[in-house]
Design a protein around this ligand. Sequence first.
Ligand code: SF4
Length: 218
Amino acid sequence: MTVTTYPDLERQSAEDVLAYAVERFHPRLYVACSFQKEASVIIDMLMRIEPQARLFTLDTGLLFPETYETWRALEERYGIEIDAYSGITPPDEAATIASRRWEHDQGACCAERKVARLKDALADVDAWVTGVRRDQGPTRAGTAKLHWDDRHGLFKVNPLADWSERDVWSYIVRHDIPYNPLHDRGYASIGCMPCTSPGTERDGRWPGSDRTECGLHG
Ligand code: SF4
């Protein structure tokens, strides 16, 4: 896909940004679901706009049981099926887990389990949607609501870019949406089990290392 012009959506609400994305790109629009609180909000909004919208997740095989439960709960609540792009092919899984690669080479582990799978997911669409918020940390502070994603060669839509954590919780409570119960146990950000601890915003990701992003967004 080649870059074409696109509007400045910075003054638009999250619902309006999503509606624009659906109108312009669906069905070549793919919505990423991390099963963190932001994903709960986006799924709820999206299903009100376009019940046939397409959703996917990157299943690294190392997610928390609570994350898998949230995945099932959201599918059940909205009557949807979320496509899964899995971390590693089964014959390699045992060997990779035995090597505990995340302990000695997190870059390679994320590249294999996440970044390569995202590339697969985005191979045949024109835009993707994420739950990235500017408040989540310095690497995300400049996030636009709609922009051309050079890294993946398609448009990237971030409807919640200007939302605070409070905005997210307020929406979840108001609409009584299923959410990942780990948030109630002090995990503000939730990724793979070996690399996630309780903490505010993204402080609990890769604790004890300089790593702040897995390569999907920065
Ligand atoms: Fe591997 Fe940790 Fe990255 Fe998950 S977050 S893919 S376990 S390094």
